[in-house]
Ligand binder design. Structure first.
Ligand code: TXA
Ligand code: MG
Length: 325
């Protein structure tokens, strides 16, 4: 990890109390600050400030129909902006602070920028657990709109260095809180009335959510996360999923006992631990992509528990994508 402010021109700053206080000021002042959460790094802006939120879209080069998650300290703060019903309350009590996002109706007098909802009448809210994120929320004293701190369509960053690679000098500050412990984005649950709908598989498993609110419906029709583009989380290299062999020139992303023969390889978890695999997924994809290989062969990851979210990201990373410059 770096020590303090790296240089006068680098926005990277270790998450000391001084830097967190400065970051809070920058946010209140309408500037962008990237910060660690337990899932992935976020690109934060004051969620009450239209211009600041617009700067997120510009910096991410994100299609403007894609709404943003608003980070809050907890349910009491969220209740200033959105309406909770019993099922939502149950989930927030169980998983907040933590890697669960709830999509809930905006209150009529909601003061959040309309841009965070991108034309919808709902807001995605989450109380992060990472101590730096929580300290930043306290220091900024405003709700923080934050998507993952990557350019739209790229792999989510799980370290401050990865954020710097993605966004460089386009942010006022990157708070360095070390690698993200979970490494996979939050689970997103929306509601059709009170019926819970899984909008994005993520760090809280389906089974954990279903144990509290019953079977989750699949996203459909108007009840979906617009950001779940088929091609997303995409490295430059092609991905070949469920590989059982290595072909010429391929790098290997292994899970469990490795297939022999790759010149470059990373193992998500040699012992087959899905939690470890989730934490390693984006950093390893990023690393293998940087070697310049044309294809990354990915071994099969089981579909249960966190495997559902890991496979969702891998399928999106492997999907045909619009050509990128
Ligand atoms: O773990 C996470 O959730 C990270 C950290 C930074 O909190 N954030 C994150 O944000 O992954 P982002 O913007 O990369 O993904 C947010 C997803 C998008 O797919 C978006 O379409 C969906 O949430 N979303 C946001 N607001 C929504 C809403 N009102 N209704 C439905 N989907 C929404
Ligand atoms: Mg994202």
């Amino acid at each position: 990890m770096s020590s303090g402010l790296i240089s006068a021109t680098s926005p990277l700053c270790d998450a000391t109390p001084l830097c967190i206080a400065k970051a809070g000021e920058l946010l209140r002042d309408g500037q962008l600050v990237a910060f660690p959460t337990e899932t992935v790094y976020g690109l934060g802006a004051n969620a009450l400030d239209d211009k600041a939120v617009a700067a997120i879209y510009a910096t991410k080069r994100r299609p403007d129909f894609n709404p943003l998650i608003v980070h809050v300290s907890g349910m009491a703060e969220a209740e200033n902006y959105v309406r909770f019903h019993d099922a939502a309350r149950l989930l927030a009590r169980a998983f907040w602070p933590g890697p669960l996002t709830l999509v809930l109706p905006r209150l009529p007098d909601c003061s959040l920028s309309l841009l965070v909802s991108a034309g919808m009448d709902t807001v995605a809210v989450r109380a992060p657990a990472h101590p730096v994120a929580r300290a930043l929320l306290a220091s900024a004293a405003v709700p923080i709109a934050a998507p993952s701190a990557n350019r739209s369509g790229n792999i989510s960053p799980t370290s401050a260095e990865a954020v710097a690679e993605e966004l460089g000098g386009d942010v006022a500050m990157i708070l360095n809180g070390g690698p993200c412990s979970v490494g996979l984005e939050s689970t997103i649950v929306g509601f059709d009335g009170e019926l819970p709908v899984l909008l994005r598989a993520g760090a809280v498993t389906r089974a954990e959510v279903e144990s509290l609110v019953g079977t989750l419906a699949a996203a459909y029709g108007g009840i979906q996360a617009p950001g779940m583009l088929a091609s997303h989380y995409a490295p430059r290299a092609q991905l070949r999923l469920n590989a059982t062999d290595i072909r010429s020139g391929e790098a290997l992303l292994a899970f469990g006992t490795e297939i022999e023969g790759a010149t470059q390889s990373c193992n998500l978890s040699a012992s087959g631990d899905l939690r470890e695999a989730a934490a390693n997924l984006f950093a390893m994809l990023r690393h293998l992509d940087k070697t310049g290989v044309a294809t990354i062969a990915v071994m099969k990851v089981p579909e249960y528990g966190l495997g559902e979210a890991i496979n969702d990201r891998l399928r999106r990373a492997a999907a045909p994508r619009p050509s990128r410059a």
